[in-house]
Design a protein around this ligand. Structure first.
Ligand SMILES: Nc1ncnc2c1ncn2[C@@H]1O[C@H](COP(=O)(O)OP(=O)(O)OP(=O)(O)O)[C@@H](O)[C@H]1O
Ligand SMILES: [Mg+2]
Length: 370
């Protein structure tokens, strides 16, 4: 897919912007704090309805404004679509070809993006919560039903936790209530776990191959789901359901004591192994970076495999961080296949000879000159 035209209004430091005629490779050049990342972020937000930098939508609205709009024309295999997302303190409203979508999950995934940003190192180095967020955002854009189950799961989880907080010393009716929540929690939880495991299995296939390429065959990358119950490779829903229910009954007393749900997809994690050693613990900075890079490149292929089209690629400040060999690997991967938006503070910081046909946009104080 291909973004033809982008319009943003009251978004971060952009008052109003109307940009067309994007190329296959687009370089956004500008000094610090001019709005380069903001522009990439607006495309990501249009795809996912969420930012990679914040969970607070309010931050996306320009200071002093009461709403923000991002819209774009996207060329897809079966024709052009117009996407519009409007953010305000009252919430988000999304339109496809002018038609308001009842559910955001009907909108998410119409535009597919893969973003590679400095923060991605945290997927390898950071907390389990960051890895779960990575999984949720990425699976959500290829499988809207995943987002439905995730939302339902979170709702049930909150209610179940509230009940657990009051459960200490309560009568038998509490046990009946808990049983009801257990079933609903497991129903949605199992779907989430299954989809995550499938996603990781597919991602692993591509990531291993790509990582091997980048490291000249020296490193074997493996991805493993770390579930809070059962085995990593179990994908049968009935088996998962049973395991989850057993786990919940085993944990009951402890959960009542602590007042919260202690197992389930909200407690799961993902681990990366390089030649058998956990990258988070033993990996060098460079290995961790390469792991994050392999993951992102793998996602491009995975999205293509799943939806039959390549996503667009957003590279924020990353080329200059990579050594020339990895820069070349990265550029060669996207150059022929995917429309790419790259930010840099100067053209000289990147291997520009490989980007001869790039369209160049100069970003300055929330305005753009091409
Ligand atoms: N809601 C907002 N309203 C107005 N301005 C904002 C808002 N959020 C962020 N900004 C401003 O946007 C500016 C540019 O941010 P951005 O992250 O896009 O810079 P950048 O060009 O990517 O810089 P760098 O090279 O340092 O990464 C910042 O100065 C910031 O203060
Ligand atoms: Mg930036």
């Amino acid at each position: 897919m291909y973004v033809n035209h982008l319009r943003v209004e009251h978004y971060r430091n952009y008052e109003s912007l109307d940009l067309g005629e994007f190329g296959h490779v687009n370089l956004l050049i500008g000094r610090n704090a001019q709005g380069k990342t903001n522009l990439l972020e607006s495309l990501l937000v249009l795809a996912l309805t969420k930012s990679h930098r914040t969970t607070k939508d309010k931050e996306l609205i320009a200071f002093g404004s009461d709403h923000a709009v991002v819209s774009a024309q996207v060329e897809k295999k079966y024709g052009a679509v117009n996407l519009e997302l409007r953010l305000s303190p009252q919430g988000k409203r999304a339109k496809i070809n002018g038609l308001e979508q009842r559910k955001l999950s009907d909108f998410i995934g119409t535009l597919n993006v893969v973003m590679f940003a400095p923060e991605d190192l945290e997927i390898v180095k950071g907390t389990p919560g960051i890895r779960r967020r990575f999984l949720d955002m990425e699976i959500g854009q290829v499988q809207p039903s995943y987002l439905f189950h995730l939302q339902q799961y979170q709702k049930v989880l909150m209610q179940r936790n509230n009940l657990l907080k009051q459960a200490w010393g309560a009568g038998p009716e509490m046990g009946v209530m808990l049983e009801i929540w257990n079933e609903q929690l497991a129903e949605h939880g199992v779907k989430i776990i299954k989809k995550r495991k499938q996603f990781i299995r597919k991602l692993q296939k591509w990531a291993e191959q790509i990582h091997q390429g980048i490291t000249g065959g020296l490193e074997k990358l493996e991805l493993t789901y770390l579930p809070s119950f059962g085995e990593a490779d179990e994908e049968d829903e009935a088996v998962l359901m049973q395991q989850f229910m057993i786990k919940l009954s085993q944990m009951k007393d402890q959960e009542i004591r602590r007042g919260m749900t202690l197992s389930g997809p909200h407690r799961d994690d993902l681990a990366f192994y390089i030649n058998g050693n956990e990258a988070q613990v033993y990996g060098s900075q460079g290995q961790q970076r390469t792991t994050a890079l392999s993951l992102k490149l793998a996602e491009i292929e995975l999205i293509h495999e799943e939806i039959g089209e390549y996503p667009i690629l957003l590279l924020d400040d990353v080329l200059s961080e990579l050594d020339p060999y990895r820069q070349t690997q990265l550029i060669e991967t996207f150059q022929s296949k995917v429309q790419t938006f790259i930010t840099a503070t100067g053209i000289e910081s990147i291997n520009a000879s490989r980007l001869q046909d790039a369209s160049i946009f100069h970003v300055q104080e929330g305005k753009i000159n091409s």
